[in-house]
Write a protein that binds this ligand. Sequence first.
Ligand code: PLP
Length: 380
Amino acid sequence: MHIQTRLIHAGEEQKIAGAVVTPIFQSATFTSEEGQGYDDIRYLRLNNTPNHNVLHAKLADICGGEAALVTGSGMAAIVTALLALLKSGDHLLIQDCLYGGTHSFVSQDAPDLGINCDFIAGNAPETWAAKLKPETKAIYVETMTNPLLEVADLEAVVAFARAHGLLSLIDNTFASPCNFRPLEIGFDIELHSATKYLNGHSDIVAGAIVGAAEHVGAIAHKLNRFGGTLDTHACFLLHRGLKTLSLRMRQHDENALQLARMLAEDPQVVQVNYPGLQSHPQYERAKRLFAGAGGVLSLELRGGVAAAERLLAALQLPASAPSLGGVETLITRPATTSHSSMSPAERAAIGVGDSLVRVACGIEATEDLCADFTQALAEV
Ligand code: PLP
């Protein structure tokens, strides 16, 4: 069946007391029967209440994985997966442009635990082999980089991992399983900040991990000990949000595409980064691999920082806030938010100028969003 149908029906076999919607199980512990072992214990921290189980079944189904696991945040998913799959002495190849929390973890925390990494350029596969070590165990990328929306050579990542016996991990937050299903092209582990598109309403933090039962099981054991469970109330909201993912993604994609096209024509705009634009360097790859190019774009204005600030002030619909994937459009200047911990020189080295503006399109009417940008650009 289509993903729209599976988002609604997959994993829903168990109708509890006839309820059409899985109710919130606000219970820390559950009764057990004589003769049951540790693996049969049901306890909230073990992520195995009915609220967790229905999410696990649905996520595994829509991503095309054997098993799935939800976590207390996207960072809990990323860190727990890496610590479950790598041990002291292991080495990781990881994309150079990453979500800030992931970058900080692999560069600051993981080395303290004996796990070292080397950064790789996502679009220069010919340079990766030189960074391999006998102890290299995994390769990690993001579907689209933030905030420049670069699309790494994802097929080359899979081929490289297979050729060198590495596990391949991908943070698929920016695409969502509606736009791209990495397991279908051979990735081993798919990670999400479910805070974003999967939940879709900017009202919880959550994470998700999908892959082979063997890997997800090992990560689940680690998560149980680290205590990174997802609370059942947040599970309920994530479950509700997931059912409309496909409808929402269609509008996120459409809004970002139309806004990107409009901005690209505006004389005040010098650069628009969006993989759905033909001018994007990886447009052909995005078209081949993705059902849609997602809801996030970034732009540079001719007037630099002052113009960017005037644009943010003049816009009426978007809220000025970090994050993405909710129904409302959000706008930020990464130099002052997501990338503020980097020096201007470090930011310049990865192409994030101080005047760069990132727009995370919501699901408002495309015409209203574009009209708001038109009036705001007139004020710039
Ligand atoms: N991965 C990506 C691509 C993100 O954008 C984020 C958060 O912005 C995360 C991971 C971390 O997710 P969370 O904030 O849910 O921990």
